[in-house]
Write a protein that binds this ligand. Structure first.
Ligand code: NAD
Ligand code: ZN
Length: 362
């Protein structure tokens, strides 16, 4: 198949997202790789599956591939792993004229990007995302970072990649729960500002659930376009980019409350979107039709839209207070006026948030 290319055009940097359903298509980045050393960062789950193939492709154009393998898991997206990468770059004399390449899910993409942002005050990097979540979201847009013991993604930088290379065939080896997690992040675009995408998702849900590759490839390309559109308007999240956080303040509280053990990020986001819909209705910004639509789409992808009664709503609100988006004593949240019409709501009171959470308990 010929690759689909989505371009991101920013003031300081522009780059292509190259999407193919059968190979890692590096043809349009060969000039970027020419004559440079590549530090290829992956993890011990993805490397055995794909590092050989990717190294072979990279070696056609670059002067040498230097692999560095991290332990798999969000808990390794930390200062120690980041330092390990920097030590590795130092040991192998990777300098400003060389380049980093990530190969893995969102964790590997985020930490590789942050190592690239910080090494020698910023070196170039290419993302090769292999999870659905990373292909529709994490690898695109230049947010890079690691976790601090006090919280997720507290350390980081905006640093745009030189290219994103997506081979959707990698999804065949992705565990099904991780696939579903990626869908949680996929459906958010429909509710943010793409009502037509909601229709498309509804019509194609069977093929998506069966992981039909041409359908997934089309879906991923659309998500990359949606994210590119928003990032182009607001690279540093001073305004409209915040809409990408739809459902996320609820989701982060759910993830923290359950100590990151019960829900994947995408599963928590799906529940968070349902809570945002409830809140939109409680605040009389929308009507029951919105909630019904949100729940119907989640059901098509077997995404949960409720939490059990064992999760204390008051505790969730308390955790939401710690979120970056709280101003004074009231909350700032992304809500929806309709499907595909999300907006930033300030001055949200805790009583209404509590009610929205309770409406999503079963
Ligand atoms: N930078 C951003 O804009 C952004 C946006 C969203 C999420 N994120 C970050 O992304 C991370 C979550 O990403 P994720 O959901 O991809 O998690 P992940 O990177 O932990 O990947 C999920 C699991 O799937 C494995 N995996 C990945 N690709 C595979 C494949 N093709 N075959 C088999 N196994 C595979 C991983 O090794 C891991 O075990 C979080 O740290 C989150 O903060 C960043
Ligand atoms: Zn997310």
């Amino acid at each position: 198949m010929q690759s689909t290319i989505v371009n991101i055009t920013l003031t300081g940097s522009s780059y292509p997202i190259i999407i193919n359903d059968s190979c890692f298509d590096l043809t349009s980045v060969k000039e970027i790789l020419a004559g440079r050393k590549v530090a290829l960062i992956s993890n011990d789950k993805v490397a055995p599956l794909y590092i050989e193939g990717v190294s072979k492709e990279l070696s056609k154009y670059c002067s040498g591939v230097f692999p560095h393998i991290l332990a798999d898991g969000e808990e390794y997206k930390n200062l120690d792993s980041w330092r390990g990468i920097l030590d590795f770059l130092a040991d192998n004399n990777i300098n400003r004229s060389d380049i980093l390449v990530s190969l893995g899910g969102g964790v590997v993409c985020d930490i590789t990007g942050f190592a690239a942002a910080s090494w020698m005050r910023g070196v170039e990097f290419i993302q090769i995302p292999t999870s659905l979540l990373a292909q529709v979201d994490a690898s695109v847009g230049g947010k890079t970072g690691i976790n601090h013991p006090k919280g997720k993604n507290l350390i980081g930088a905006f640093h745009q990649p030189k290219a994103v290379i997506i081979n959707t065939a990698t999804l065949k080896t992705l565990p099904s729960r991780e696939f579903k997690s990626g869908l949680g992040e996929t459906v958010k675009y429909a509710f943010i500002n793409k009502p037509k995408f909601k229709k498309w998702l509804g019509e194609n849900s069977d093929r998506i659930n069966q992981q039909d590759l041409p359908t997934l490839t089309e879906m991923i390309a659309q998500c990359c376009e949606f994210k590119a559109e928003i990032v182009q308007q607001d690279e540093k999240e001073l305004g409209v980019r915040a809409l990408l956080n739809l459902g996320h303040t609820f989701a982060h509280a759910i993830e923290t409350f359950t100590k990151y053990k019960e829900y994947t990020h995408g599963e928590a986001v799906a529940i968070g979107i349902a809570m945002a819909a409830e809140l939109s209705v409680i605040m009389e910004k929308s009507n029951q039709r919105l909630i019904d639509n949100v729940r119907a789409l989640m059901a098509k992808f077997e995404l949960q839209d409720t939490i059990p009664k064992s999760i204390n709503p008051e505790k969730l609100v308390e955790l939401m207070r710690l979120d970056k988006k709280v101003k004074g004593n009231t909350h700032r949240l992304i809500l929806m006026k309709d499907i595909g019409e999300s907006y930033i709501q300030t001055n949200v009171c805790e009583k209404d948030i509590l009610q929205a959470i309770e409406n999503c308990q079963s």
